[in-house]
Ligand binder design. Structure first.
Ligand SMILES: [Zn+2]
Length: 264
């Protein structure tokens, strides 16, 4: 067992261990940038659509090997939806479910976006769709984590991933009790480290949120490094746990991509 010292000595950029990025936006990146991340050991990437256009772009990126896709409507775009666009999006998402599409995301609530009733309507509709299709979700919760957790509880959603977790230890414990996974973004913070320490490693994933939070999914190493340090395990052990958790949560079997089928 390596302690903090071993982790700090580890050269994150030269790492050869396999990594997984539980949340990114590859439709905003070039094929070269995506290839670089895969070559740099990020072998499993979960990319998220944020609106109808990006959902349709994202579907094209699903390769069933390294790139897996979530389709959704995020709060920033939810507040701009016109009357008939919600059901149009639901129909398009439903019709796009196929190999390499592993869930519904990015969806959620954002305390800074305003029009909370519309945000809740869209988020609720997306949660219903995920429940109906029995698919996991990837959730944005900036400034609205309590509201998000309440909706998950009310709708009895069992497979939820709170991406870019920024809550307190107390909120993390509540998320854990609801059966949620949380993911650690590649940005340092003492509050985040406390949460990592208190949450079971089985419920933790790592993400880059690239290219929004950082430039490349390669930077997921920063999140894995923090997890290793707070859990007092080696970087390799943390990476292994994170890859296993990510594949388990999104239903990706090693070497055998899941074929997601429509339910009647
Ligand atoms: Zn995102």
């Amino acid at each position: 067992m390596g302690g903090t010292k071993d982790v700090l000595k580890h050269d994150f950029q030269k790492t050869v261990v396999e990594l997984a990025d539980a949340h990114c936006h590859l439709d905003l990146m070039t094929a070269t940038q995506i290839g670089d991340a895969i070559n740099a050991s990020v072998k499993t990437l979960i990319t998220n659509g944020v609106d109808i256009k990006s959902d349709m772009e994202s579907v094209k990126l699903a390769d069933g090997k390294n790139v897996f896709v979530m389709l959704g409507l995020d709060p920033e775009h939810a507040v701009k939806l016109k009357e008939d666009e919600l059901e149009l999006a639901v129909g398009l998402i439903r019709g796009s479910i196929g190999p390499g599409v592993v869930g519904i995301g990015e969806i959620g609530l954002d305390g800074r976006e305003g029009n909370m009733p519309l945000q809740k309507k869209v988020f609720g509709r997306m949660l219903d769709l995920a429940l109906e299709l029995d698919l996991p979700v990837s959730i944005h919760s900036r400034g609205a984590l309590d509201e998000v957790l309440q909706m998950l509880e009310d709708k009895a959603v069992k497979k939820a991933h709170i991406h870019f977790f920024e809550g307190s230890v107390e909120q993390a414990k509540r998320a854990e009790r609801l059966g949620c996974m949380i993911s650690v973004p590649p940005l340092e913070s003492g509050r985040r480290r406390k949460v990592i320490k208190e949450v079971s490693i089985d419920n933790i994933m790592a993400e880059s949120d690239a290219p929004v939070a950082v430039k490349s999914p390669r930077d997921v190493t920063i999140a894995v490094g923090m997890i290793a340090e707070e859990k007092r395990i080696t970087f390799e052990q943390a990476a292994q746990a994170i890859v296993a958790n990510t594949k388990r949560y999104f239903g990706i079997e090693a070497g055998k991509p899941k074929l997601t089928l429509m339910r009647n």
